[in-house]
Design a protein around this ligand. Structure first.
Ligand code: F6R
Length: 369
C-alpha cells in the first residue's frame, strides 16, 4: 500500500508531480476559458467581487499566502489571508462583494468550516479549494475547485499542499479572466508553464541525495531557521512547520526582509539557516536583496543552506550548501523550492527514529475547535 516506500509521507512526496498534473487537468471549457468544478452562484456576482479573504489553517494557510501574491498580481483584486480560527472571532467586515476562499485538504477542519459558515451568514460569497470530494466545506460553499492530489494518509501535508498552490494559481487566473485583469491575457502562457512543473518536480526529487545526507548529519540540531521572501516567504514558513511537526525540532520561518527588525539577533556561530532564494527573474531585485541577507547572516556565523535556481551563481560565495532546483517563472517557484524542505524534514525525523506518518499529538483531520 506504500508502493515500495518505507512511509506514506515518502510515497506522497513522490506523488507530487502527479498531484500537480492532475490538478491542472480539464480546467478549460471548449472556448478555452478557465472553469471551476462547481459554481452555485452566478458569474455576475463573482464579477462584482472587490475583496478576497482566504481562510485556512496550517499548511493550507501557507498555500493561501502564495495565493495572495498570485491573485493580486493577476486579478488585481485586494486579497488577504487569515487563519480561519482568528478570522471567525474578530468580527470581520464582510459585504456581499467579499469573496471568502477556504483552503482545506480534508474539507472537514472545524475551524475552517466555522469561518466559511460565518462568512456566509454575513452575506459574503464563498469558494472552497478542497481535496476531498463531497466533504462538508465544499458542500457549504457557493463554488468549489477540487485539488486532485488523491488521498493523503500521512498526517503531515505534502502533495495536498502542492495541489493547493496549483489550484490557487488556477483560481487567480480564473478571477483575472472574470475581471478582465492583465493576468487574463497571460492565462494561457501561465497554464503552459504550469504544465511543465510536474517534470521539474520529478527533477528535484532526483537530486535529493545530498539533502538527505545533510538531514542525517543534523539529527542532533536543536534549532533551525528558514528565510524566504515574496512567494518564498510561505515556503520558509512551511519548511519550519514540517520540521517542527515531524522532527520535533524548534524551527521558525521568517520573511527575509524582517531579519534586521529582530530575528538576526538569533544568529550565532553554527546556527543552521535555510534560505529560499527568489529566482533571479523575480521583480524588484528581490533576488539580490536575499543574497545580501545570506551574506549578512553568514558574516555572523550562520551555516547557510541555500535553495537556489540552476545557474544562480551569485549565492555560491555565501552558501555552505547550495540545493539546486530547476529554473521556473518566479511566481511558480514555491512548487519546486518547498520539495527539498519536505524531504529534509522527513529524512531528519526518520534519522531520529520517529514515526513520520503519525507524529505525536497530531491528527490528520482536526474536526474539533
Ligand atoms: C501540516 C498539516 C496541517 C493541515 C491543517 C489544515 O502538515 O497537515 O497544518 O494543513 O490542519 O488541514 P486541512 O487542509 O485538512 O484543512
Amino acid at each position: 500500500e506504500k508502493g515500495g516506500y518505507a512511509t506514506f509521507m515518502e510515497k506522497e512526496i513522490h506523488e507530487q508531480p502527479h498531484a500537480v498534473a492532475d490538478t491542472l487537468l480539464g480546467r478549460t471549457d471548449e472556448d478555452g476559458r478557465l472553469t471551476l468544478d462547481e459554481v452555485r452562484i452566478d458569474e455576475e456576482e463573482l464579477r462584482a467581487v472587490d475583496r478576497i479573504v482566504i481562510v485556512a489553517c496550517g499548511t493550507a494557510a501557507y498555500a493561501g499566502m502564495v495565493a495572495k501574491y498570485a491573485i493580486e498580481h493577476w486579478a488585481r483584486i485586494q486579497c488577504e489571508v487569515e487563519l480561519a480560527h482568528e478570522f471567525r472571532y474578530r468580527d470581520p467586515v464582510l459585504t456581499p462583494h467579499t469573496l471568502v476562499v477556504s483552503i482545506s485538504q480534508s474539507g472537514e477542519t472545524m475551524d475552517t468550516l466555522m469561518a466559511v459558515k460565518h462568512a456566509r451568514s454575513l452575506g459574503a460569497k464563498t469558494v472552497s479549494i478542497c481535496n476531498t470530494h463531497g466533504a462538508t466545506i465544499p458542500r457549504e460553499s457557493d463554488a468549489v475547485l477540487y485539488t486532485h492530489a488523491g488521498p493523503e494518509i500521512a498526517v503531515a501535508s505534502t502533495k495536498a499542499f502542492l495541489a493547493q498552490i496549483t489550484a490557487c494559481y488556477i483560481l487567480g487566473l480564473y478571477l483575472a479572466q472574470l475581471h478582465g485583469g492583465a493576468g487574463a491575457r497571460n492565462a494561457e502562457e501561465v497554464m503552459r508553464q504550469l504544465q511543465e512543473v510536474p517534470a521539474k518536480i520529478t527533477d528535484v526529487l532526483g537530486r535529493m541525495d545530498r539533502v538527505k545526507e545533510i538531514a542525517r548529519f543534523m539529527a542532533d540540531t536543536r534549532s533551525v531557521l528558514f528565510l524566504g521572501r515574496h512567494v518564498g516567504f510561505p515556503v520558509a514558513m512551511e519548511g519550519a512547520l514540517k520540521l517542527k511537526e515531524l522532527a520535533y525540532i524548534h524551527a521558525e520561518g521568517f520573511a527575509a526582509g524582517e531579519l534586521k527588525h529582530g530575528p538576526i539577533a538569533l544568529i550565532e556561530p553554527g546556527q543552521p539557516v535555510f534560505v529560499v532564494v527568489p529566482s533571479p527573474s523575480s521583480p524588484h531585485n528581490l533576488h539580490d536583496k536575499v543574497v545580501s541577507n545570506i551574506q549578512e547572516i553568514r558574516a555572523r556565523g550562520a551555516r547557510t543552506l541555500v535553495i537556489a535556481e540552476d545557474g544562480d551563481e551569485a549565492v555560491v560565495p555565501f552558501a555552505d550548501e547550495v540545493i539546486r532546483v530547476p529554473q521556473a517563472w518566479w511566481m511558480l517557484d514555491p512548487l519546486l523550492t518547498v520539495v527539498p524542505l519536505q524531504v529534509f524534514a522527513c529524512e531528519l525525523a526518520t534519522a531520529k527514529g520517529l514515526d513520520v506518518d503519525q507524529p505525536r499529538n497530531l491528527a490528520k483531520s482536526v474536526t474539533v475547535e
